[in-house]
Design a protein around this ligand. Sequence first.
Ligand code: VGL
Ligand code: ZN
Length: 209
Amino acid sequence: MNALLLVDIQNDFLPGGALPVPQGDQVVPVALRLLDRFPLCVASKDWHPPNHISFAVNHPGGEVGQVVQTPYGPQVLWPVHCVQESWGAQFAPGLDEASGRIDHVVYKGTDPQIDSYSAFFDNGRRRSTGLEQSLHDRGVEHLYVLGLATDYCVRWTVEDALRLGFQVTVVRDGCRAVNPQEHEPVLQQLQQQGARLVTSDQLLQEPAA
Ligand code: VGL
Ligand code: ZN
């Protein structure tokens, strides 16, 4: 069984949002084109409480971009983003309207004390989000991944998926990076770790998944 996994395609990661990913809006039409092709679609949402450890404002003197030490390792400080129930945490326009076609949503980064880039585990790999179990329950063996951002949540999600034994295909043009110069090197690293890279055009030419 194949599943499409949409990573963090939320307002705050689009231009105009709190943590804008350059051209982040351009992944939405790619996601919409692929949605109909998959028997199962799962999406992750970054879903932080206001007192989340990743927010610079929650560290005295903390600045965005600074790296602080935490019990689970280094943590980059971010602007306040994807606060639970806020506009910024909603799916991007277009995807929000199509959200009836998303079978399952995984919420991550919900614990104030630890971040969660991966849709599978928190950054300390202490707690699971339940995504692995729900994919196994549905008989999923192959994940097709796209979303935001290539250099953070897509990367960590794909690395965990590979470690967990899923076959992984990353849809190149369905991803954008916080640091655009990181996009291609990260994709190359993911390929070296065992992910297949395709474009959405290539995928749409393959027999339906
Ligand atoms: C993300 C930074 C902070 C992401 C989430 O979705 O890539 N990046 N929170
Ligand atoms: Zn976040």
